[in-house]
Design a protein around this ligand. Structure first.
Ligand SMILES: Cc1cc2nc3c(=O)[nH]c(=O)nc-3n(C[C@H](O)[C@H](O)[C@H](O)COP(=O)(O)OP(=O)(O)OC[C@H]3O[C@@H](n4cnc5c(N)ncnc54)[C@H](O)[C@@H]3O)c2cc1C
Length: 398
């Protein structure tokens, strides 16, 4: 294989597919996407909670705040247009004690500033929406949170791209290294391009470094494991029940989500992992483990937020600790109603190595004719269509 293309995109996750769609709108005729796996959705875009978030948590000046709600609307419209599963369930955020009420008010203010449709509700109103949810005095209700089938969305987008005749997706084709400014080497041979987009998810920092871009950043993996409620108890949850999160932490805390199939999942955790694809206990650990561990150790001593996550989250490997968190959100819950599930995802979190800080917003770096999308963390699935449009407007239009 010795290919040439106008635009080359590495990775075929949601970020890449929505970007390719935007490029076609822009009038681009030849886009080639390379994906190291043999099919779509093997990593974050196919392993997430399938929740379309609704612009609540994010500080108003951030990209997350600007793009989440727009993305939510665009993806909801896309699901309707393609008759893909869409459950506009809404979501409640509950306070586990009176101490969390000021933070609930902060979330309400943020949500309003971001243009989200939310209400502060009392316990009686909460009982009408989620009869088994627990809260302390008040809860926050988000009208526009919805649940989707992420795999079906990926397949529909890929189908649109192929049907356009302007995009091809090459599976089992991994980026290996940069040969020169306009050529890369892949496992299937060299590819020449005019413009390059790095949308490699958990590997995006390595691809960027191959172009001498973003050397101050490194992605470290956090493992999200889930438990499932036994089928007979699915009635305990109608939509989404989330706790008040710690806003210094990029993760939202263990929550309940009723998936498109009707199964209720609890999770995900955010356990520091030892490989970018370390989905099992040992599976997915590789030669990079030592480097990842070293970054985690440095962060543990330098960064209190990471230290807190590293001390708290691994305990959730135990069902009893998982249950300890979950029972604060739902009444009558019993530990033997939680079952193990193979559902697990890895959330790659960008670290600014120089400042020893977690990067909290999406980050895009452009260098000449190359664009690198780093830190496409949650809610990047929700935001994807708006994110893609933002990238094209800000970085590719003259
Ligand atoms: C457990 C979990 C729960 C989440 N829940 C939600 C949620 O409810 N709502 C929400 O909005 N977001 C959620 N997210 C976040 C969301 O899933 C991600 O932000 C989003 O999927 C990122 O998309 P992506 O395209 O950047 O990455 P990916 O989907 O990981 O795609 C990157 C692709 O690049 C490929 N690739 C990597 N390296 C190479 C290479 N060298 N050569 C070729 N291909 C390569 C990979 O195989 C992969 O397919 C969640 C994430 C996780 C892990």
């Amino acid at each position: 294989m010795n290919l040439q293309t106008e635009f080359l995109i590495v990775g075929a996750g949601i970020v890449s597919l929505t970007l390719a769609k935007e490029l076609i709108h822009l009038g681009v005729d030849r886009v080639l996407i390379i994906e190291k796996e043999s099919r779509l959705g093997m990593h974050a875009s196919g392993r997430n909670s399938g929740v379309l978030h609704a612009g609540i948590y994010y500080p108003p000046e951030t990209l997350k705040a600007t793009l989440c709600l727009k993305g939510n609307k665009l993806l909801q419209n896309y699901c309707r247009e393609k008759t893909l599963p869409l459950h506009p369930t809404g979501k409640v955020i509950v306070a586990r004690s009176d101490k969390e009420l000021p933070m609930l008010d902060t979330l309400y203010q943020r949500a309003i500033q971001n243009g989200a449709r939310v209400d502060l509700i009392d316990e009686k109103q909460l009982a009408e929406i989620e009869p088994y949810a627990k809260t302390s005095q008040k809860a926050l209700y988000s009208y526009d949170t919805a649940v989707v089938d992420n795999q079906k969305i990926l397949l529909a987008l890929a189908d649109d791209l192929i049907q356009s005749g302007k995009v091809s997706i090459h599976f089992d084709t991994a980026f290996i290294h940069r040969v020169n400014d306009y050529t890369i080497q892949t496992t299937k041979g060299p590819i020449q391009f005019k413009q390059f987009i790095n949308a490699a998810g958990a590997h995006a920092d390595k691809v960027a470094h191959a172009f001498d871009v973003g050397k101050a950043y490194y992605l470290i993996p956090f493992k999200g494991i889930y438990k499932k409620l036994i089928k007979e108890k699915s009635y305990l949850v109608n939509g989404n029940i989330y706790p008040v999160p710690n806003l210094r932490n990029p993760f939202l805390g263990v929550h309940f989500t009723k998936s498109i199939s009707g199964d209720v999942y609890l999770g995900p955790t955010a356990i520091p992992a030892f490989g970018r694809e370390n989905y099992g206990l040992l599976k997915g650990m590789d030669s990079e483990m030592v480097k990842i561990l070293w970054q985690q150790i440095k962060l543990f001593f330098a960064n209190p937020t990471f230290r807190h996550i590293a001390l708290e989250e691994p305990r959730k490997y135990s069902t009893s600790y998982f249950f300890h968190d979950a029972k604060k959100l739902v009444k009558e819950l019993q530990s033997d109603w939680l079952t193990a599930t193979p559902k697990a995802g890895i959330r790659p979190q960008l670290i600014d190595v120089t400042k020893k800080e977690l990067v909290m917003d999406f980050l895009i770096l452009k260098e000449n004719h190359t664009i690198h999308i780093l830190n496409a963390i949650s809610p990047a699935f929700t935001s994807s269509m708006a994110f893609a449009s933002y990238i094209v407007n800000h970085y590719l239009k003259n």
